[in-house]
Design a protein around this ligand. Sequence first.
Ligand code: KG4
Ligand code: ZN
Length: 402
Amino acid sequence: MKILSIETSCDETSVAILDASIGTKLRFTALAHTVASQIAIHAQYGGVFPAMAKREHTKNLPTVFLTTLKEAGMDQQNKKHITIDSKKEKQLKEILVREPEFVEFLLNELSKYKKPKLDAIAVTYGPGLEPALWVGLSFAKALAIFWDLPLIPVNHMEGHILSVLVQKNNLKYSTPKIQFPAIALLVSGGHTELVHVKDFLKYKIIGQTRDDAVGEAFDKVARMLGLPYPGGPEISKLAALNRNSLTPNPSNLLSVFSLPRPMIASKDYDFSFSGLKTAVLYLIRDLTKEHSNILENVGMKQAIAREFEDAAIEVLVNKTNKAVKTSKAKSLIVGGGVAANTYLRKELEEKIATNIYFPEKELATDNALMIAIVGAFKYQKKQYKKSFRTILGIRANGNLKL
Ligand code: KG4
Ligand code: ZN
């Protein structure tokens, strides 16, 4: 089956076309995949602004979409335009009341192309930033009506879990054979969750953050250290420099300091990262009292980044290990933007004695390919919407749960 997918839940506008077969053997081949990042725009403000994200998605989605069609070789033009009868035109306008520019795009641009050989459209409908989600969802709904295809609403977090199913070795795709039950550790800018995975599409959240997500804590601490958004990779780079340094702690400035490991000994699988973030704030404040220009000292910044990363990752690894042992999990799946973190990968590999599956680095952060993978499983189980009324009724949900 061939699935076209759309992802606009945060600051990446992404479209993918996946060729999948789901039987005794799973096979996934990406026919095309485009990710347009808004990071450069949001970086000036130190974080993602929902209204700006929405505007950028609206501006970029048609181009990202056409680029992807072209990459998959699905951009054959028609001599005659696809004709849209007045009933369908009315339906498209009803779906796109808030995105009138997409009506233009469909009727004047996309009508020039032949309908590609696709089986369904999959789209993220939550969780995420609602104004951003609506852009991709409305576009996908209209596309489903335009081409008469079923529409599959997909949970973004489910996408992060299944993102590990596409592994690329020397430009070849392979799919690992994951054994169940599995534990999934989901670590992103908006989520920190431990999920018990009984089988594909069968999930239960067993623990989650009570306040900030771990990626959010990385981003906020980076900001305190004067590093650009997104802060995760920046902190990680500084921390690695400290770990590899011959003189890891600038002892001329200060002997040692340590940050808390919040909830590391609690009996549940929950997390809390807001206190850790505040502890960094106080640490910087105290250090500044002693040495006024502390953030100009590169060694000091590296030491703070390292201690923060050590603390956050120690908690993640500890709780994940406990979840894996208690549930006798045969596999561990790691997903979400923070899964790109090298130190987290190394620590999990070292401390957890089960098969661990990480996404390819480019599939760790937000992308449409992972949404298409979920779409393929749901399509096979006929979990899609076909009629105009049911398609129209799908609503974006910023707080959607697994
Ligand atoms: O999954 P994602 O792309 O978007 C959300 O759904 O939130 O995750 C983005 C988050 C950001 O907070 C970013 O700082 C973090 O992932 N991140 C990292 C690394 N790469 C991205 N955090 C730590 N280390 C990294 N290497
Ligand atoms: Zn994400």
